[in-house]
Design a protein around this ligand. Structure first.
Ligand code: GDP
Length: 358
């Protein structure tokens, strides 16, 4: 599965958040190896629709989509120059598909900040500077090779890549990230640039600040167009210890509807460019992960490659229609079940049954 690297300066609440994420996994029973390595956790994507489906189909089990979170230690000033765990840090982060920056916004005199006072903007700039410097090193090494390739091959693709890499170099030299500037990820792919990965930001707030819309708007502006999530890692680690109803009560008392962890997983999934479709039967109600824009045969291939090869058509009912009609046969009688062919682009919340040749 695709993975999100959690990065941030020391003492900002990364481990607290990561532990809450992985322990929170109410679905861990389905994933006996939920914690693959000490710093890697597989987390189920919360989806209330699965409960709805399980009711309609009498499913014995619910299997959610998952994403992987990796707690990446070691970013400090100078990481791109090999300071601290510099090189290991860069290698670990290169392997992830998106970057989640945890930014300290809480004030606590008992928790030292490596750079003094709490200052979200300064911390974002510290981290981005290290990622940008690492990317500039990558680009410096790559440009002579790309120039040689263009000279030898003179083909359009090589020229387009070199152009985009030069554009990236200029952007990075301005202190901006490749993702933030909206550069072409496909053209830049072979360079594995850190700042070309999708970013999302978690602001770790004091619990009294959680409902502060002015502060939220200010922090959101700092990181747009990246997504921002606001939570208190400390509260999150308390929430996971509570029964569901008490957890919800505590959240609501702070003006929140959904836990920060659930938001993080949901937004993270979206940031990775993923969506789900649903299948259900007496055995299980299940969410399957596909890329946004996947066609019906590609979606079938996620279940089994034979399903994709032998794809004939897909019978699709939207989740909302299925719940409104109460069952697939009723949805069929009401004309709410559609037969879709191989060019159909899957929509979020499609409940699907594939027809295929074996
Ligand atoms: P890491 O170094 O980024 O992994 O940070 P940790 O998760 O180890 O947290 C560092 C310290 O900050 C610990 O003492 C935590 O208890 C504390 N901490 C983490 N999150 C919060 C928070 O939301 N509020 C407060 N006041 N303290 C926190």
């Amino acid at each position: 599965s695709l993975s999100i690297g959690i990065v941030g300066l020391p003492n900002v609440g990364k481990s607290t958040l990561f532990n809450a994420l992985t322990k929170n996994d109410a679905l861990a029973a389905n994933y006996p190896f939920a914690t693959i390595e000490p710093n890697v956790g597989i987390v189920g994507v919360p989806d209330p629709r699965l409960d709805g489906l399980a009711k309609v189909f009498g499913s014995a089990k619910i299997i959610p989509a998952t994403i992987e979170f990796v707690d990446i230690a070691g970013i400090v000033k100078g990481a791109s120059e090999g300071q601290g765990l510099g090189n290991k840090f860069l290698a670990n982060i290169r392997d992830t598909d998106a970057i989640c920056q945890v930014i300290r916004a809480f004030n606590d005199p008992d928790v030292t900040h490596v750079d003094g006072e709490t200052d979200p903007l300064r911390d974002i700039e510290t981290i981005n500077t290290e990622l940008i410097l690492a990317d500039l090193q990558t680009i410096e090494k790559a440009i002579p090779r790309l120039e040689k390739e263009v000279k030898l091959k003179k083909d359009k693709d090589a020229i387009a890549v070199l152009d985009e890499v030069r554009k990236a170099e200029a952007i990075l030299n301005e202190g901006r990230t490749a993702f933030g500037a909206g550069l072409d990820r496909v053209l830049l792919r072979e360079l594995h640039l850190l700042t070309a990965k999708p970013f999302l930001y978690v602001f770790n707030l004091d619990d009294e600040e959680l409902g502060d819309e002015t502060l939220r708007a200010k922090l959101r502006d700092l990181v747009a167009p990246a997504e921002a999530i606001f939570l208190s890692a400390k509260i999150e680690s308390e929430l996971i210890e509570l029964p569901d109803d008490e957890a919800l009560e505590l959240l609501q008392s702070m003006g929140q509807e959904e836990s920060g962890l659930a938001q993080l997983v949901r937004v993270g999934f979206d940031t990775l460019g993923l969506q789900t479709y649903l299948t259900a039967g007496p055995k299980e109600a299940r969410a399957w992960t596909i890329k946004k824009g996947a066609t019906a045969p590609e979606a079938a291939g996620v279940i089994h490659s034979d399903f994709q090869r032998g794809f004939i058509k897909a019978e699709i009912v939207s989740y909302a229609d299925l719940i409104a009609e109460g069952s697939v046969p009723s949805a069929r009688s009401a004309g709410k079940a559609r037969m879709e062919g191989k060019d159909y682009v899957m929509r979020d919340g499609d409940v699907v049954e594939f027809r295929f040749n074996v």
